[in-house]
Design a binder for this molecule. Sequence first.
Ligand code: NAP
Length: 303
Amino acid sequence: MSWHVLGAGSLGLLWAGRLAASGLPTSLLLRNQASLDSFLQAGTIAITRQQQSTAVALSAQTAATDEPIRRLILACKAYDAETAIASIAQRLVDGADVLLLQNGLGSQAAVAAQIPQARCILLSSTEGAFRDGSFSVNFAGAGQNWLGDPHNPAPPDWLNELQQAGIPHQWTTSIDQRLWRKLAVNCAINPLCVLHACRNGGLLEHLQEVHGLCLELVTLLEQCAGSSSAAGLFAEVEQIIRATASNQCSMLQDVQRGQRTEIRYLLGHACTQAHQRGLPVPQLDALQQRLRAQLLVLGLPDD
Ligand code: NAP
């Protein structure tokens, strides 16, 4: 059974490359014919890990191909997910599995609503990769991938293929809670790093502000994901800030590259969910307003 991977970006290349390198039939779904033509010229993708580069051969096609899809990995940004899934929705067979790699929350439900014939499996990842050329990815950070289906606790039968491909993974029956916790940590760190234009460690000078945000996030987590997801949030955030003091968070990296952020699916989702529940979150609201204003000043979309 073939894997289709939509999106030849950082994670798409990393996942497709590992699956194909282990001998599993894998096909990249590219945006258009021009992108397919440039892939065909290269014929392989490159994965670099610890300065060692490996070329991996695999097939590629555009969304317009009519080959049925049984297993899809959706590897685009959250703001592209709805459009991307629409481009191949009719190719997904009944009972297809779709693995959603998007960070944050909100895009997964929007995607699932478009493909009722498929089972959507959500992912939370601590792996890190960045594109260092077209069809070339640098696998910079080892980590873990948690996969789960909020509607069905049974694991899919293909986890052994991830094992075969050397993709670290763990099936979880609480993927929503994991994604909410990760979202909350992101809300406490990333927007402030953009606003203060600082690395994570720079927030040590703003711990009171971080603490105030965590108090609101804890109340939100308790309502949206249960009290166990909320426990010890500020302590974890402070520990992450110290442990990753010299890192630039993903949102700051996006801003510095002049790229759109995923704010809508992170801080934006937190604020929307709080408002829908009638939960006052004045500090999160103010943070969102400041961040959106800053994004507009920088000429970037504010959602
Ligand atoms: P990325 O490098 O920007 O890759 C996204 C890819 O999707 C791009 O190649 C983009 O093509 C492609 N794409 C978008 N719409 C498409 C469409 N309709 N058809 C075909 N291709 C399409 O993003 P990423 O870093 O892999 O991130 C993907 C998700 O994983 C994000 O939600 C991110 O937050 C999350 N994540 C990433 C990492 C990481 O280390 N990179 C770690 C954890 C989580 P164009 O370039 O042509 O737009």
